[in-house]
Ligand binder design. Structure first.
Ligand SMILES: C[S@@+](CC[C@H](N)C(=O)[O-])C[C@H]1O[C@@H](n2cnc3c(N)ncnc32)[C@H](O)[C@@H]1O
Length: 222
């Protein structure tokens, strides 16, 4: 679980990012992406926020979906574009270099699913609110938002242990990259504020990791 603190350092080398993340997380990051991909209904239109090298997009394409991904980092986008060519995903996966603030260009009700793995913990409060607001807007009624990310454990004792264990790694990451990641304090609450309905929240890794699925209710049916 502490491997997520290192993400920022590993992101400096996009070409080896997935391989190194898998190593330091002992295979967890790949398993998370497989779990997220399994929750994506087959043959839908999918938007991926902070798609990194496109590893998750590749898994979702295997389900017969079309994926539009975007990422703030030009080098991550280059790595995703290389994957597109290498894995022959050209017709099924497109990737743009932009931050979440570009989400207001996507048309209303255009996607069946919006996904994000380990990206929300890199956004600031305003970016998260903006991303959730636009995720809700671009989803079709009945569509799903699926987020997997590091969260703050709910019990005070676990919170204390988690932040103490995290601190030295956080300091090192900050020294090397000048940035850090932040576990999310109230992911489900923020999603509900964007008027999506939480369908499930699975916690793991000592309550410090969440996989959340939310639905955009069809207003005509409620
Ligand atoms: C830890 S990586 C995860 C990448 C990918 N989702 C995965 O699970 O392998 C976080 C990604 O979020 C991207 N990111 C950070 N801030 C962003 C923003 N404001 N808008 C879009 N992408 C952002 C980073 O460039 C990075 O590629």
């Amino acid at each position: 679980m502490l491997s997520y603190v290192f993400m920022k350092i590993l992101e400096m080398r996009p070409r080896s990012y997935d391989r190194r993340m898998e190593k330091v997380s002992r295979g967890r990051t790949r398993k998370i992406k497989e779990a997220v991909a399994e929750l994506v209904p087959e043959r839908g239109n999918v938007l991926e926020i902070g798609c990194g090298t496109g590893e998750l997009a590749g898994l979702i394409v295997q389900r017969g979906c079309i994926v539009e991904g975007f990422d703030l980092s030009p080098s991550m986008v280059r790595a995703a574009a290389e994957r597109r060519e290498k894995e022959n995903l050209r017709d099924k996966f497109s990737v743009k270099c932009m931050g979440v603030e570009g989400m207001d260009d996507f048309p209303d009700e255009n996607f069946d699913v919006v996904v994000a793995t380990l990206a929300f913990s890199e956004l600031n409060d305003n970016e998260r609110r903006f991303a959730l607001k636009h995720a809700a807007r671009v989803l079709r009624p009945g569509g799903r938002l699926i987020i997997a990310d590091e969260v703050v454990p709910r019990s005070p004792m676990r919170r204390l242990v988690h932040s103490m264990a995290r601190f030295p790694l956080l300091a090192l990451t900050y020294l090397v990259t000048g940035t850090s990641t932040r576990p999310l304090k109230d992911l489900s609450g923020e999603i509900e504020k964007a008027e999506l309905t939480i369908q499930k929240e699975n916690r793991s890794q000592g309550d410090s990791f969440a996989l959340v699925v939310a639905i955009k209710k069809d207003k005509d049916r409620t």
